[in-house]
Ligand binder design. Structure first.
Ligand SMILES: Nc1nc2c(ncn2[C@@H]2O[C@H](COP(=O)(O)OP(=O)(O)O)[C@@H](O)[C@H]2O)c(=O)[nH]1
Ligand SMILES: [Mg+2]
Length: 237
């Protein structure tokens, strides 16, 4: 199985090298793309330097901060157009909130689905070291998204996902109007409207130990607005 992994980064110099190391240790047939928005801490440079000789590690450098969601979309487009054929494409965070060892769980399940989400809200899932404020925000965001969009999933906002390559090819990225975290809900909604199947695996989500979160109030507001618009303006594709 040939696998591609997109990792969006903004100031992840303290995490990214170790994370790529963990991914390589899995010994899978894997290509990794880091999509960096010109991080002041030199994330992109460090990756390029450390993996100069590894032909499976790539860096896409964008000139300024344009959001997690748009970084992933640029990463997907990169893998969909580089002339190679993959079986599935992952997206995951750079800060070790998403454990690379769980990739095997996604791979076991993807044969029966078009996309698999690592969910923090299944019976066997766990969230570690998240503040009460973050837990409440996440629950509210998921509650609101589910109330409006009605996709049968438990976690709309975790960016640990595995897409079947042939399905991602059919996603219309022009449909995605926002740039930030809400892009996860936009892509899920488009898949739902196109009747693609979405499965979930339980995940152990660990809050970052190094670096700082990029989530801010502006992002949350944009997500809320976009989900409302999706529900009331976009019912068909
Ligand atoms: N390229 C890029 N990556 C981003 C941006 N915002 C967040 N990220 C990355 O997206 C992932 C999730 O962001 P994070 O700050 O951990 O958010 P949190 O886990 O919700 O607190 C991390 O790998 C970040 O480095 C952005 O504007 N551009
Ligand atoms: Mg994080």
């Amino acid at each position: 199985m040939k696998i591609a992994v997109v990792i969006p980064t903004l100031n992840e110099a303290k995490n990214i090298i170790a994370l790529i190391g963990e991914l390589l240790k899995l010994n899978l047939n894997i290509d990794i793309l880091v999509v960096d928005d010109n991080s002041p801490d030199g994330t992109a440079e460090i990756v390029k330097k450390s993996f100069k000789k590894n032909g499976n590690i790539f860096v896409l450098l964008r000139q300024n901060k344009r959001g997690r969601g748009s970084a992933c979309i640029d990463g997907f487009k990169y893998f969909l157009s580089n002339g190679k054929r993959y079986d599935c494409i992952f997206e995951m965070d750079a800060d070790f909130s998403h454990d690379p060892k769980e990739i095997s769980l996604f791979l076991e399940k993807i044969s029966g689905y078009d996309m698999i989400i690592g969910s923090r809200y299944l019976k066997k899932s766990r969230i570690i070291n998240w503040s009460l404020k973050r837990r409440i925000f996440s629950k509210l965001a998921n509650f609101y998204a589910r109330l409006l969009l009605q996709i049968p999933i438990t976690d709309y906002t975790n960016g640990y996902r595995c897409y079947r390559y042939n399905v991602l090819k059919n996603i219309d990225f022009n449909f995605v109007k926002e740039n930030g975290y809400v892009v996860l809900a936009e892509i899920a909604y488009q898949m739902f409207l196109k009747a693609y199947s979405i499965g979930e695996v339980p995940t152990l989500f660990v809050n970052r130990k190094r670096g700082i979160s990029n989530l801010n109030f502006r992002e949350i507001w944009h997500a809320f607005k976009r989900i409302t618009v999706l529900r009331f303006r976009v019912n068909t594709l």
